[in-house]
Design a protein around this ligand. Structure first.
Ligand SMILES: [Ca+2]
Ligand SMILES: [Ca+2]
Ligand SMILES: [Ca+2]
Ligand SMILES: [Ca+2]
Length: 257
């Protein structure tokens, strides 16, 4: 323990301290098991509860039930190595699932981590952070469908976007999914955006909801009759029979995907 602490230069120690303070959320000068758990999530290190406990116990040398700064410094390299391994595993996994290059995924990882701590610092992107991200990257454009888009990213419907969901959705969006059915996957992604209730059809009701949502996101108020008229016009343009719904094939053909 003393040895690795002495090996680190003053500048390194300062960096480690900064890291420590970030994870000591309640600022009581020690890292509790709860804070330790959040710390690992932030780093993308996913361990089983028993492995997590083993790691905690190994770091908690004085058996105080907390990680003090000295213990943190002594094991800093172990934590960094775990973080690096977790990152490599994620990147390799996603490289196989998409046609993004390693460099592209690495850049996305850095981006993901930066966004994931803008609101709640938990290693995941929630709705609020997602919205911030869209505004940031698309400030001059009319950004619509935030919430529907968020749902498309959040595939397991957990309320947060993890890194794998993040890259998978971007792969679909950019046509970078591995496999021969990519164009279909892409059209399905956009179809899903409009299919608000997820029943496999776009109904006038779905479109109405998305339209009102998207206008509200842009702080435009619209009355019910106007919104309804817009929806009906769109359905007429798509030549959907009266009272009918749009299925995936109809959407794909009309949207020319
Ligand atoms: Ca603490
Ligand atoms: Ca301790
Ligand atoms: Ca977050
Ligand atoms: Ca999720």
């Amino acid at each position: 323990m003393e040895r690795s602490a002495q090996q680190a230069s003053p500048a390194e120690i300062e960096k480690i301290k900064e890291h420590f303070r970030r994870h000591d959320s309640d600022h009581d000068g020690v890292i509790s098991t709860q804070e330790f758990n959040v710390m690992l999530k932030r780093m993308g290190v996913l361990l089983s509860p028993s492995d997590e406990k083993r790691l905690f116990d190994a770091m908690d040398q004085d058996k105080s039930g907390k990680i003090e700064l000295q213990e943190f410094i002594a094991h800093y390299h172990t934590i960094l190595a775990l973080e690096k391994r977790a990152e490599e595993k994620q990147i390799e996994n996603l490289r196989q699932k998409t046609s993004f290059s390693v460099e592209e995924i690495q850049a996305m990882y850095a981006n993901f981590k930066r966004i994931a701590c803008t609101g709640k610092d938990d290693g995941l992107i929630d709705k609020h952070e997602f919205r911030q991200m869209m505004v940031e990257s698309d400030a001059n454009r009319n950004v619509v469908f935030y919430d529907a888009l968020f749902r498309m990213f959040d595939r397991d419907n957990s309320g947060d976007i993890d890194f794998s969901e993040f890259v998978s959705a971007l792969a679909v969006y950019h046509g970078k999914t591995a496999g021969i059915h990519s164009p279909d996957v892409r059209a399905k992604f956009f179809f899903g955006l409009y299919d608000a209730n997820g029943d496999g059809f776009i109904s006038q009701d779905d479109l109405y909801k998305i339209l009102v949502d998207c206008l509200a996101a842009n702080e435009v108020r619209i009355n019910h009759a106007d919104a309804q008229r817009l929806v009906e016009t769109t359905f007429t343009l798509f030549t959907v029979p009266e009272g009918g719904r749009m299925d995936f094939n109809m959407f794909k053909t009309k949207a020319q995907m």
